[in-house]
Write a protein that binds this ligand. Sequence first.
Ligand SMILES: NC(=O)c1ccc[n+]([C@@H]2O[C@H](COP(=O)([O-])OP(=O)(O)OC[C@H]3O[C@@H](n4cnc5c(N)ncnc54)[C@H](OP(=O)(O)O)[C@@H]3O)[C@@H](O)[C@H]2O)c1
Length: 263
Amino acid sequence: MSVALVTGASSGIGAVYSRRLAARGYDLVLVARDTQRLNALAAELRAAHPVSVEVLIADLTDAEQLEQVGARLRSDPPVDLLVNNAGAGLRGSFETADPVAMEKLLKLNVGAPTLLASAALKGMVARGTGAIINIGSVVALAPERFPGVYAATKAYMLTLSQGLAAEVGPKGIYVQAVLPAATRTEIWERSGIDINQIPGMMEVDDLVDAALVGFDRREAVTIPPVPEAAAWEAFEQARFALASGFGNATPAARYRIETAPAE
Ligand SMILES: NC(=O)c1ccc[n+]([C@@H]2O[C@H](COP(=O)([O-])OP(=O)(O)OC[C@H]3O[C@@H](n4cnc5c(N)ncnc54)[C@H](OP(=O)(O)O)[C@@H]3O)[C@@H](O)[C@H]2O)c1
């Protein structure tokens, strides 16, 4: 049996991942703050599937509680799949956002997934197998449409995933970044945004089912609403072409200051 640890399992995308992974036969470790919801989900999954389900109540913005989740990732039975899903948005624009709330968001959307990936990876690398799913967002690639710190945290998830894939992919670890677009979950209401004002809302079951197709194909980056895989490949080729200039030791000619010839 494989074990999957899902953060933010109490609602939305994380709850659907938990249901799908239980149906695939994974034993589960469910992580979030809401005890009642996690216990209800655990009971539902135990009744529906022959799997064991642990519940780990943790506020991932709290260093001690985050460490308890890290400790579970480092202990037995080993966790084969980490789903770094817990996340939130932030009320207001960058200018108006409360700095304390901003710091908390950075802990949840950036700090926690980073430290949990670190905790999970040591054992995975030693075993030569394992997988990490990082939930980013399409706003990582379209910050103009969603200005503020949230998009930047999601860009971090994409970059972290790509860097990790390069580092630990050759050691047998699969890392997938999933970039959902607008998906019908509680995150909108929690962020003070009226869901009815957002066009093209994907249903959460459809989002997770598509993301798992990408997982089974071992895609590095899965963007469920994008119709053509070629669009992502062209984007990557453009990035590699740009990067080919990064090794130049001298500034490009277009940045050289023209000096007047000596008289
Ligand atoms: N829905 C979208 O349109 C969309 C689009 C792109 C990306 N995403 C990403 O998808 C992920 C899941 O969000 P969702 O849409 O499914 O929203 P959601 O229904 O609000 O779920 C968020 C989950 O994170 C947990 N969580 C929030 N704060 C936490 C904390 N301090 N400590 C531990 N757990 C915490 C929540 O559980 P508790 O409240 O019980 O702690 C909940 O289970 C997020 O990373 C989000 O950025 C969502």
